[in-house]
Ligand binder design. Structure first.
Ligand code: NPG
Length: 369
């Protein structure tokens, strides 16, 4: 397959409601889509960077720059013709995993479309539908939170994740448990908002029988998480810290994580995500698929990944309407708390041209020859 070039397209998608995490509030998602154009087929990738480097060091303008300046020219120079060869060709450039992952996803999609194979089949899917979890942002008040959680449970979500930060942790969790009962699958996500000094405070979450507490400490504090895991009974789940199969192996060996959130963008793509899945499965560590407020393009690939056998916990894999009134693909609609895994060639979905054009803020063509 000859890669002719990449179309880099920015789109602005309004969110149905503001989404607040410990690092900020989002009201719209500025998404960088990548279209790989090859002599065999075209394929789509989604870059999950945010506009600011507040979740990870990457940010969208930086991703565009590194793709144009370094990554795409290196692919061209190495004569790369398929997705599995890309990571090696891009290895000399440190980090920039979300940018690399988006390019790899686009080439993989093109390749699979040309071969008539689905992402799900390629990755090793064993389920034709996956359970939906939902991530619930920090709210202004507990009544507002209870309304939101009640709405998601009524809609059929099978697992609730509450965003927490200092000052919004024990009481919101207690309120949700008291209102909705002990049977609700419930977990929390701190996005690095605590330090080890908060260990005893975080241990107060133990009484609520949570599935896990996600990324309580700074991303580089692997040992801190290992120490915290000795104080807190609730399983620790790393997100930001896990940037590769190698960091996942270290975290497992150190007992810094009992569960892993796999986000393909964060680890450099779906192929590395699968390696982490395989590694975790070999160690008996459960994994689940994280979300980065993706459009239908990224969502399609995440649903496929979440259908691998080691994904034994519901992911942040929600219906399109959790975030978007209009998705750029035909929407992912939840049925009975689940989403169907796309089975068509490649991602199995494509952007609707008119919707895509309406949301596009810029398009740029970067030749790879
Ligand atoms: O369902 O797509 C989703 C969102 C899940 O909470 C979610 N993502 O830290 O995991 C996270 C958080 C996030 C969203 C992080 C956007 C960065 C950007």
């Amino acid at each position: 397959m000859k890669i002719e070039g990449f179309e880099l397209r920015r789109i602005a998608m309004p969110l149905v409601s503001p989404f607040r995490t410990s690092f900020g509030t989002q009201t719209a998602r500025d998404i960088l889509l990548v279209k790989a154009v090859t002599d065999a087929a075209s394929g789509w990738g989604e870059c999950v960077t945010l506009p600011d480097p507040i979740y990870s060091p990457e940010y969208t303008e930086g991703a565009v720059d590194v793709m144009k300046r370094f990554l795409i020219p290196a692919l061209a120079a190495a004569g790369v013709s398929d997705a599995p060869a890309m990571a090696e060709a891009l290895k000399k450039f440190k980090s920039h995993r979300m940018a690399k992952g988006a390019l790899e996803m686009a080439v993989l999609d093109a390749e699979l479309r040309a071969e008539g194979r689905s992402f799900a089949r390629e990755l090793g899917s064993v389920h034709d539908r996956v359970p939906c979890g939902v991530s619930v942002g920090i709210m202004d008040s507990i009544p507002q939170l209870l309304d939101a959680v009640g709405g998601y449970l009524d809609a059929g979500y099978v697992r609730i994740k509450l965003k927490i930060e200092p000052g919004w942790d024990i009481e919101p969790v207690r309120a949700v448990r008291e209102r909705f009962g002990d049977d609700v699958l419930l977990q929390v996500d701190a996005n690095t908002a605590y330090t080890l000094r908060d260990a005893r405070h975080l241990a107060k979450l133990d009484e609520f029988d949570l599935l896990l507490i996600e990324q309580p400490l700074e991303e580089e504090d692997m040992l801190g998480h290992a120490d915290l895991a000795k104080v807190v009974k609730t399983p620790i789940c790393l997100d930001e810290t896990i940037t590769s199969a190698q960091t996942a192996a270290a975290a497992i060996r150190l007992d810094a994580t009992q569960v892993i959130n796999i986000k393909p963008g964060r680890v450099g793509g779906y192929l590395e995500a699968r390696r982490i899945h395989d590694l975790a499965a070999a160690h008996g560590v459960p994994v689940w698929c994280g979300g980065m407020v993706e459009s239908g393009i990224g969502r399609a690939a995440n649903v496929a990944l979440a259908s691998l056998p080691g994904f034994t916990l519901p992911g942040d894999v929600s219906a399109s309407d959790r975030f978007y009134a209009t998705d750029i693909t035909p929407p992912f609609v939840m049925r009975d708390g689940h989403l169907d895994v796309p089975q068509g060639a490649g991602l199995g979905v494509e952007p609707v041209p008119e919707i895509l054009d309406e949301l596009t803020t810029s398009v740029e063509w970067v030749p790879a020859a």
